[in-house]
Design a binder for this molecule. Structure first.
Ligand code: ADP
Length: 497
C-alpha cells in the first residue's frame, strides 16, 4: 500500500489529494461547485453536487497518481464544518439543499435562546455560543419548513449529517450513518464532556434523537467504500472538521501548541489537551479529535477580516492589482507612520465582540501614503491575531511557545515577521501548506497502520520558513498601545437597532 487519499471538502470547492508515506503530495484535483444565495443572508449548496464533485476529484487524483484502489491504504475526510444536510434513509435523497455554515436565517431563533437565558447552559454543555453558525438551528429550520419533514423525522425515516456524514453515507452506499467527535462538537447539541448527543439540548431545539448520526473517534476504520466508487473497497479511516484537521496536520498534537490559518478570515486553534477550557472571552471550546480513545480539546477563535483586507485594498481602493503586490507597497515605507487600520468591516469578533464596530483608519497626516495604509492593513491582520492569542493564553493559563501558520496570507513575510515581533514567539510556516488535507490523511493513516505513531508524523513536519522575534520591545509596546487606541475608535460606530 503506497498512498493515503485525503478528501478535503471545502466551502467553495471539493478537493482530493494523494499523499505518500513521507507526507508529500503525489497528486491533487479540485472542482468548484455552485454557491446558492436564495435570499439575503441565506447560503446553500446542493448536496448531490458536493458528492458528485468530491467523487470526481477523488477519481481524478487517483488517475493522476496512477494508483488503483488497491494502492490506497485508507481515506481521510476533512470537511467544511457545521453545514447541514438531511436526507431520506430509504432513498438516500436529500430533502433539500444543504444549509451552509455562513447562512444567517436562524439568527432570530438563536437570539431568542439567548434572551431566554439559555446561553450559559448551552456554552457549558456544547462549548459553543448560541449562534446560527452551528448546525442545530439549521436542522430545526429544515424540519419546520420542509413539507412533511418533521413527521418523517419523528418516524425515524430521515438522517441528519454534517458534510463528513453525507460523504461517508454515499461512499459506503448507505451502510454507515456516522460522524466524528470534532464534527459533532460543531452542532450545538453535542455534549463535549460526556461525548454524547445531549438530550436536553436536542429537546431545546426540538430535534428527534433518531435523526442523529453515530459519533465515533477521528481515527478508526468506519467502513469500506463500495466498489462503484473506485473499483474496489478502500477503508475510510479518518474524519475531522477542516480546522481541527489543520491543527492535526500542523503537528500541534501537544497541549499549548497552536496554529493560525490566514485566509479570507483567520482561524486560530490552540490545543488544550484533555482540558475543556471554558472561555471568558467568548472563544469556542471544541473537540480537537479523538485518537486511540483519548480526546483532545481546543480553544478556537476567528478574525472576521484577515486576508480579505488585502482584497479590499485591491478591489475597492485599487491601490494594488494582485494580493502579493501589497508586500512591496508596504515595504516602500519604513514603518506605519502612525497609521492604524482596524478592518472591522463586519464588526469585531473575539475578544472584542462588537457587532457595531466598523472599519477605521486613524493617525492619518498630510504625509500618509498608500504605502502607510498598505502597511497598516497588513499589521492589522497581525494585531487581530495577537488579540486572539492573548485571549487564549488568558483563558487557558498557557503561554504560547510557537505559532504555526498556513493559508494564503501566511505567504506574506512582512505579516509573519510582524506577527512574531508582536507575540515575541517564533512564527513557523510548514513546507506542506495543505495542512487540512494532510491532517485528514494522517488521521486515516494512523488508523490503518500506514504511519506508526503521532511521534513519527510530528517528525515529518518540516519548516518552510521561520520568523523569529526581532522587534524592539519598547517599539512593540508603543505599537500595541496605538492599536488598542485604534480599536477603541472603531467600536460602537453603527447605530444600534
Ligand atoms: P480562503 O481559504 O479563505 O479562500 P486562502 O488561504 O486561499 O483563503 O487565502 C486567500 C486570502 O489571502 C485572500 O484574502 C488574499 O487577499 C490573501 N492573500 C493572498 N496572498 C497574499 C499575500 N501575499 N499577502 C497578503 N495577503 C494575501
Amino acid at each position: 500500500m503506497a498512498f493515503i487519499l485525503a478528501l478535503d471538502q471545502g466551502t467553495t470547492s471539493s478537493r482530493a489529494i494523494v499523499f505518500d508515506q513521507t507526507g508529500s503530495i503525489r497528486a491533487m484535483a479540485q472542482q468548484e461547485f455552485e454557491q446558492i444565495f436564495p435570499k439575503p443572508g441565506w447560503v446553500e449548496h446542493d448536496p448531490r453536487e458536493i458528492w458528485r464533485t468530491q467523487l470526481a476529484v477523488a477519481r481524478e487524483a487517483l488517475r493522476q497518481a496512477d494508483a488503483s484502489a488497491s494502492a490506497i491504504a485508507g481515506i481521510g475526510i476533512s470537511n467544511q464544518r457545521e453545514t447541514t444536510v438531511i436526507w431520506d434513509r430509504a432513498t438516500g435523497e436529500p430533502i433539500g439543499n444543504a444549509i451552509v455554515w455562513q447562512d444567517r436565517r436562524t439568527a432570530d431563533f438563536c437570539r431568542e435562546l439567548k434572551e431566554a437565558g439559555l446561553a450559559d447552559s448551552i456554552q457549558r454543555k456544547s462549548g459553543l455560543v448560541a449562534d446560527a453558525y452551528f448546525s442545530g438551528s439549521k436542522i430545526r429550520w429544515m424540519l419546520d419548513n420542509i413539507e412533511g419533514a418533521r413527521a418523517k423525522a419523528g418516524a425515524g425515516e430521515l438522517a441528519f449529517g454534517t458534510i463528513d456524514s453525507w460523504l461517508v453515507w454515499n461512499l459506503t452506499g448507505g451502510k454507515a450513518h456516522l460522524t466524528d467527535v470534532s464534527n459533532a462538537s460543531r452542532t450545538l447539541v453535542f455534549n463535549i464532556e460526556t461525548l454524547e448527543w445531549d438530550e436536553e439540548l436536542l429537546a431545546l431545539l426540538d430535534l428527534p434523537a433518531g435523526l442523529m448520526p453515530e459519533v465515533r473517534g477521528s481515527s478508526e476504520v468506519y467502513g469500506q467504500t463500495t466498489p462503484d466508487c473506485f473499483g474496489a473497497g478502500i477503508p475510510i479511516a479518518g474524519i475531522a472538521g477542516d480546522q481541527q484537521a489543520a491543527l492535526f496536520g500542523q503537528g500541534c498534537h501537544q497541549c499549548g501548541m497552536a496554529k493560525n490559518t490566514y485566509g479570507t478570515g483567520c482561524f486560530m486553534l490552540m490545543n488544550t489537551g484533555s482540558d475543556r477550557v471554558r472561555s471568558s472571552n467568548e472563544l469556542l471550546t471544541t473537540v480537537a479529535w479523538e485518537v486511540d480513545g483519548a480526546v483532545d480539546y481546543a480553544l478556537e477563535g476567528s478574525v472576521f477580516v484577515g486576508g480579505a483586507v488585502v482584497q479590499w485594498l485591491r478591489d475597492q481602493l485599487g491601490i494594488i492589482e494582485t494580493a502579493p503586490e501589497i508586500e512591496e507597497l508596504a515595504r516602500s515605507v519604513e514603518d506605519n507612520g502612525g497609521v492604524y487600520f482596524v478592518p472591522a468591516f463586519a464588526g469585531l469578533g473575539s475578544p472584542h465582540w462588537d457587532p457595531y464596530a466598523r472599519g477605521t483608519i486613524v493617525g492619518l497626516t498630510r504625509g500618509s501614503s498608500a504605502g502607510h495604509i498598505a502597511r497598516a492593513a497588513l499589521e492589522g491582520i497581525a494585531y487581530q491575531s495577537m488579540d486572539l492569542v492573548k485571549a487564549m493564553e488568558m483563558d487557558a493559563g498557557i503561554s504560547l511557545s510557537e505559532l504555526r501558520v498556513d493559508g494564503g496570507a501566511s505567504l506574506n513575510g512582512l505579516v509573519m515577521q510582524f506577527q512574531s515581533d508582536l507575540l515575541n514567539v517564533p512564527v513557523v510556516r510548514p513546507r506542506i501548506a495543505e495542512t487540512t488535507a494532510l491532517g485528514a490523511a494522517y488521521l486515516a493513516g494512523l488508523a490503518v497502520g500506514f504511519w506508526e505513531s503521532r511521534e513519527q508524523i510530528a517528525r515529518q513536519w518540516q519548516v518552510d520558513a521561520r520568523f523569529d522575534p526581532a522587534g524592539d520591545p519598547q517599539t512593540v509596546k508603543a505599537q500595541v498601545t496605538g492599536w488598542r487606541k485604534a480599536v477603541e475608535r472603531s467600536k460602537d460606530w453603527e447605530e444600534k437597532g
